[in-house]
Structures are given as structure tokens and as C-alpha cells.
Write a protein that binds this ligand. Structure first.
Ligand code: GAL
Length: 692
């Protein structure tokens, strides 16, 4: 990611050298602010509250299109100038969004063809948000126009921390505009219809295409879709949205603004982007992270989102949104306690976030999200909730020394990696796989959870990237693999890595055509195995392995070719046959896990493997006590973030100081359940737990 220099220097302006990591002078604190929903008296009250809480950054304009351009080509920005002046006087910086996620009603009426069409053929209209056909020329033109206008009027502002392009790209369109663009994308990818027919296996069910015009997006059809068409449509949609984002970026640059560019990716369940390629186009990755469980797994999920964002960004990243006080569960929203909100904010920062930004600053009184939580709740600034927000502001100010990324080396040092690619996600969403119980998201998250539970730092790894710093690389359920990716994995092992491949990886080529002569065809040689049959288990059935590990959902009939079994199945038809195998190759080893280990068994297996490889937790003995320890490097010092999710007080000792409480840690520092500390240590300093 290449970074650029923001002009001027407000208290929070981001001053960067070209190619430097995203490096604001303080952690960015604040959230989405929607002054267009409020009167000017409330703006002033908001600024006062922001100052009280030490907010230094807001995101403006995300859904302001109708306020900024009330009629086609008519721009009204006086209100935004006024708002920005108020912010600037208060020393508060801002991300400025292009409002293109929510075209206004006039746009729909004058450009009905630019509204998206669902797979069922329903053309949507305004009334909500995210309603646009990304391939429609009118939408693209209107988006470029408003981006350009904003850049011309605000692009040089010294308070501009960065550009927030669009909001959570992800509307899929199946209409005529998408069909046209999809065909063009396919022509570029395959060159000829013969190639496309071959890659899409169109001999099956009489789907041979004789003309490009015959090809459509995967619209509602009688029975199962062609999986190759489905995955290509997902790739196309990601590329098409990326092209729209790049156009906005270029328009803004052409208008002379050099502020950093980002767009907010979304987790956990909404995955319409191929994140590595998108990150290449941005100065910094931003993530919106919403928890999906109120239970203890929420803490692991914070770490998961953060490690993904840091990896995609290849360094510091921006937490653009988190829920201030709620965890939305679909049918209800449960409260996120104030101390948990603070712990989570520190958790994101520990793993590389340069910010603690929220959706949203002030809770709306009307509109679709009037019950969404905010830093300023409906009850206003006189509330316990707001006191906690002020406390977070003070904490972020105290930990400011941690904000500067190290001059070299990673922000968080990890020797273990997990391979990630959106293709794996999209492949396992195609229909009629051997089991719908296996999802890419669950498998990757379960793998990450095991490392988190062991207290071992982990990165996500881009296929084809330099993986030499990882002694251990796990490939969970990456179903399609290209030739280049297979060669890259082979080289990783040849060069001394320990590769762990799980079931449902390397099954097919990128067009989801199964590699023949035994599974996992693309990796059979590397793994030294030949799987004859995939054997999903009925729901609820469990199988034990010879190591005592428990398996659910998935087993396989595995023959070892060159590999040695390291665990066997112990019941039924597979009794005595290999479940986990390992083979030496070059300077490294390749392990195959043919079964889906239950979480606790997966935890034990991954922790044992890491230990065998000499990969240590950040603070030995911490995770088992519920104490999360993350070492974030900065120039000159390391900062160990201690977040206590457990139930008993833990004492740590090491030569250093807690930046939050100011306490010295040489004689021992007690961390109470639910508590936190950020210790500044010299890079060589070892921290230990004092056994009590
Ligand atoms: C995000 C979105 C915000 C808001 C939030 C609610 O995905 O970017 O605008 O809708 O969800 O949780």
C-alpha cells in the first residue's frame, strides 16, 4: 500500500511520507457524525461533547448525497463548510466520505436503469440505502461528479484525515448493466467462448454458449446454478466495485487532494470483496467490525477482525466502525457493557488499528437505525455511557506513544500464518457441495480462534506473497487453487515451512473443476496422500481419533502414499485408517488434516504443533487465565496490551510502565478481571506472570 501526504497540519492531520505506513500523530477517536440529521444548535452541543470526550476525528458525509446535491448538478455545501469550520476550531479532524452508497430519490427517478436488480429479477428502488447498479454509466458518472466536487471544495483542508470512499461496497446487481459488464469481464478473462465453455464445464446440462450475449449473471433459475458461473460472478462483482472505487480515488487525486484513501471493508458475514486486491488500491485498509455473539467468543472475534485487517493492510489499519454499546443478534440487540467497549477498543489497537472509531457519534431520533447505539445515546451526554466514552478518550491519549509504527519489521510479530482468500469463501457458498455444514468463514475463524486461545500471534497470508517469516502456515478449506498457488505452497514447504492443509483445500482449479485421480487433487503430491472418498458425517455424529481428538461433520477415506499417519480414525469403516498425516519435503513438512476437529481438539492440535515448532505465546501462561496479551511494536519501544477477559486477578512483572495507570511494573502489576493495561517495555524486555 502506498501512502500519501495530507496537506497542512491540524492536531490530527495525518502527516506521512510517500510509502510510509498510515501514521497519524495520535489514535483517531470518534465516529460517524451526521450533522445533516441535526440542527446547528445540536452541532455546537456535539462539538462541546466531543471536546469533553477528547474526540479528535469524525467521519462526515457518508449518507449525505441528498443534502450535498439536492437536485442533479446542484451542489449545496455551505452546511458542510460550517460543520468543518466548527470542527477545525475545536481541533477535530475528519474523514470525508463520498456519499455514493446512498443515491438520492432524484437519481432513481432520472436513472431507473441505474437501480440494481436482484437475482429474482426485482428492480429495487430508493427507500433504503446501498441501492445502485454499480455497472450503470449514470451511477458511475454521478459518483465521479460528486467525488470531484468534494475534492475540489474540501480536498486541501488541513483537517482532512483521509478519504472514506463510499461505504461498505457490496451491492450485487443482476440486471442488464451488470450483464453487459460481466460479459466484458469474461471476455477479458477467457478470450474466447470455447475457453469459457471449457472452464465453466458447460457440456453439463446443455449450457454451451454460442454467443457472448447469451451469458447472464446467475439469475433465478429452475434448479442449481453452474458453480463456475457463480464464482466468476462474485469475482466480477468485486472487480467491478473496485473499479468504481478506483475511479473515485483517481477523480479526487486529479482534483489535487493527496489525503490518504480508504474504504471500509465489512465483517463478519458480508463478504463481497477480494480484499487483497482492493488493499493494493488503498493507502490504508479500514474495517467496520460488528460482533455476532454476546458470549466470550466476542473477544476472539475482535482479534480475528483485527488480524485480518492488519494483514490486508500489511501494517497499520483503521477501525472505521464498531458498535458503541450494542451487539446486534438479528432479532434483538443486547447491550455491550461499557468496560467491554473499552477492552475491545484496546484489542483492535493492540493488533494494529490506528483508531477507535464508532458507528455512530450521536444516536439518531428518526430513520431506519434510530435504535442503533452511539457514543452519545438518546439520553445525551449526561449518562453513564457517555462517561465511559470520556474514559476511553483519556485512555487513548495516554497510550499515544504506541501509535507510531516501527521503522522496520512488522507491527505485531507472528510466526504463524493462516492462508486467506475470498475465493475460498465464495467456492464454499456454491450449491450441492458434499456438506453445507462447512463454511469458509467458520473454518478460518475456528483456526484463528485456536491460535487466539493459545495466546499465539498470527497473521493472515496472501497466496503468492512472501511467507518466509512464518514457520507454520495453515490452509483451512481453500477449495480452489491455481497452478501458481500450488507451486507457491510447494516452495513454502521446500524452504523449510510447516504447512498444515485441511480437508476441502486444493480440491479444484479456479473454475471449480475438480482435480481428478483422488482428493485433494491439486495438493496430493505435496501432501503425499490420496483420498478416495469424502465422508461428511450426519449432524451430531462424532468420531474419535487415536490421539483422543474428537471429529465432527467431516471425515475422509485417506491412503497414505509418501506420508506417515500421525492420527487414525478409531471407529466404523475408517477404523485404523489415517486421519492426519505428515510428510517431509525439501527442508519442511506438509501435514494433511482430513477431518474436522471439534474446537477443543483443534485448539490442542494447533497449540501442540506450534509448541513443537518452538512458536511461543506472547505471554506464556496468560491465555489460560483469560488474559489476552498482544505485543505491538512501535519505534523505540514495544507495547504489551493486556486485556483481562478472565475471572481471577493476574499479576505480571517486567521492567516497564503501564501507560494508562502510570504504574511501574518492575515489582509486579495486578490486572483485575475485566481490566486492562498497556505496558511500555524495551523491545528486549521479557514479561512474565507472577505465580500467586
Ligand atoms: C454498518 C454501516 C453503518 C451502520 C452500521 C449499523 O455496516 O456502515 O452505516 O448502518 O452498519 O450497525
Amino acid at each position: 500500500m502506498s501512502a500519501t501526504t495530507a496537506p497542512g497540519a491540524s492536531p490530527v492531520a495525518v502527516n506521512q511520507q510517500a510509502s510510509a505506513p498510515f501514521s497519524p500523530p495520535a489514535f483517531l477517536f470518534g465516529g460517524d457524525w451526521s450533522p445533516e440529521q441535526w440542527d446547528p444548535r445540536t452541532w455546537r452541543e456535539d462539538i462541546e461533547l466531543m471536546r469533553r470526550a477528547k474526540v479528535n476525528t469524525v467521519s462526515l458525509g457518508i449518507f449525505s448525497w441528498s443534502a450535498l446535491e439536492p437536485a442533479e448538478g446542484v451542489f449545496e455545501t455551505d452546511w458542510l463548510h460550517e460543520v468543518i469550520d466548527l470542527l477545525t476550531d475545536a481541533g477535530i479532524g475528519f474523514f470525508l466520505a463520498t456519499p455514493t452508497a446512498s443515491p438520492p430519490p432524484w437519481f432513481t427517478l432520472s436513472h431507473p436503469e441505474a437501480m440494481p436488480v436482484t437475482a429474482q429479477g426485482v428492480r429495487l428502488t430508493h427507500g433504503s440505502r446501498d441501492t445502485y447498479a454499480v455497472s450503470a454509466p449514470a451511477y458511475r458518472e454521478a459518483s465521479r461528479r460528486i467525488a470531484r466536487m468534494l475534492a475540489e471544495r474540501f480536498g486541501q483542508h488541513p483537517g482532512l484525515s483521509g478519504w472514506h470512499l463510499h461505504n461498505e461496497y457490496g451491492t450485487l446487481d443482476h440486471g442488464p448493466e451488470a450483464a453487459r459488464a460481466f460479459r466484458s469481464w469474461l471476455r477479458d478473462r477467457y478470450g474466447s467462448l470455447d475457453e469459457l465453455n471449457r472452464h465453466w464445464s458447460t457440456a453439463f446440462w446443455s449450457q454451451g454458449y454460442g454467443d457472448w450475449e447469451e451469458i447472464t449473471p446467475p439469475r433465478a433459475t429452475q434448479y442449481l446454478h453452474n458453480p463456475a458461473q457463480l464464482i466468476d460472478f462474485r469475482r466480477f462483482s468485486s472487480d467491478e466495485m473496485r473499479a468504481a472505487m478506483v475511479e473515485q480515488r483517481d477523480e479526487i487525486r486529479a482534483a489535487g487532494s493527496s489525503a490518504p484513501m480508504t474504504t471500509n471493508f465489512m465483517l463478519p458475514e458480508w463478504n463481497h470483496l477480494e480484499q487483497w486486491g482492493w488493499a493494493d488500491e488503498l493507502d490504508v485498509v479500514a474495517l467496520d467490525h460488528y460482533l455476532d455473539t454476546p458470549g466470550p467468543d466476542a473477544e476472539a472475534h475482535v482479534a480475528y477482525g483485527s488480524d485480518l485487517a492488519r494483514s490486508w493492510s500489511d501494517g497499520p489499519w483503521v477501525l472505521m466502525e464498531q458498535n458503541a454499546a450494542g451487539i446486534a443478534l438479528g432479532d434483538r440487540t443486547v447491550v455491550k457493557s461499557a468496560d467491554r467497549m473499552i477492552r475491545h477498543s484496546l484489542g483492535y489497537i493492540a493488533r494494529g488499528s490506528q483508531s477507535s472509531l464508532f458507528f455512530q457519534w450521536r444516536a439518531s431520533l428518526g430513520g431506519a437505525e434510530q435504535w442503533h447505539s452511539a457514543l452519545v445515546p438518546h439520553t445525551g451526554g449526561t449518562s453513564r455511557r457517555f462517561e465511559a466514552v470520556c474514559e476511553l478518550g483519556t485512555i487513548l491519549e495516554r497510550i499515544a506513544p504506541a501509535v507510531r509504527p516501527p521503522s522496520e519489521g512488522p507491527l505485531v510479530e507472528a510466526e504463524a500464518g493462516i492462508l486467506w482468500h475470498a475465493d475460498g469463501w465464495w467456492a464454499l457458498e456454491t450449491p450441492h457441495l458434499p456438506s453445507d455444514a462447512i463454511t469458509y468463514s467458520d473454518e478460518v475463524r475456528a483456526t484463528h480462534r485456536s491460535f487466539w486461545r493459545a495466546g499465539i500471534p498470527v497473521d493472515f497470508v496472501r497466496p503468492g506473497s512472501d511467507a518466509s517469516r512464518y514457520r507454520f502456515l495453515v490452509v483451512p478449506c481453500l477449495y480452489p487453487l491455481s497452478d501458481a498457488q500450488v507451486t507457491w505452497l510447494e516452495q513454502y514447504v521446500d524452504n523449510g515451512g510447516e504447512l498444515l492443509v485441511t480437508f476441502l483445500s486444493g480440491i479444484s482449479d479456479p473454475s471449480l473443476r475438480i482435480a481428478p485421480d483422488g482428493y485433494p487433487g491439486r495438493l496430493r503430491t505435496l501432501l503425499g496422500v490420496r483420498v478416495e472418498e469424502l465422508r461428511p458425517l450426519p449432524a451430531g455424529e462424532e468420531v474419535a481419533l487415536s490421539t483422543g481428538a474428537v471429529v465432527e461433520e467431516w471425515t475422509e477415506l485417506v491412503d497414505t502414499v509418501d506420508a506417515e499417519p500421525i492420527a487414525q480414525y478409531t471407529h466404523g469403516d475408517l477404523c485404523g485408517l489415517p486421519a492426519i498425516t505428515r510428510v517431509a519435503r525439501g527442508a519442511g513438512h506438509a501435514v494433511y488434516l482430513s477431518a474436522r476437529l471439534r474446537q477443543e481438539s483443534r485448539d490442542a492440535f494447533l497449540a501442540d504443533t506450534a509448541q513443537r515448532l518452538g512458536i511461543l505465546p506472547t505471554l506464556p501462561g496468560a491465555a489460560v487465565r483469560g488474559l489476552e496479551a498482544v505485543r505491538r511494536r512501535s519505534s523505540g519501544a514495544d507495547h504489551v496490551f493486556l486485556l483481562h477477559h478472565g475471572t481471577e486477578s493476574v499479576t505480571v512483572r517486567g521492567e516497564g510502565r503501564d501507560l494508562i495507570s502510570g504504574r511501574d511494573t518492575a515489582q509486579g502489576l495486578d490486572i483485575e478481571p475485566g481490566g486492562w493495561a498497556v505496558l511500555a517495555l524495551s523491545p528486549a524486555e521479557v514479561l512474565e506472570i507472577v505465580e500467586g
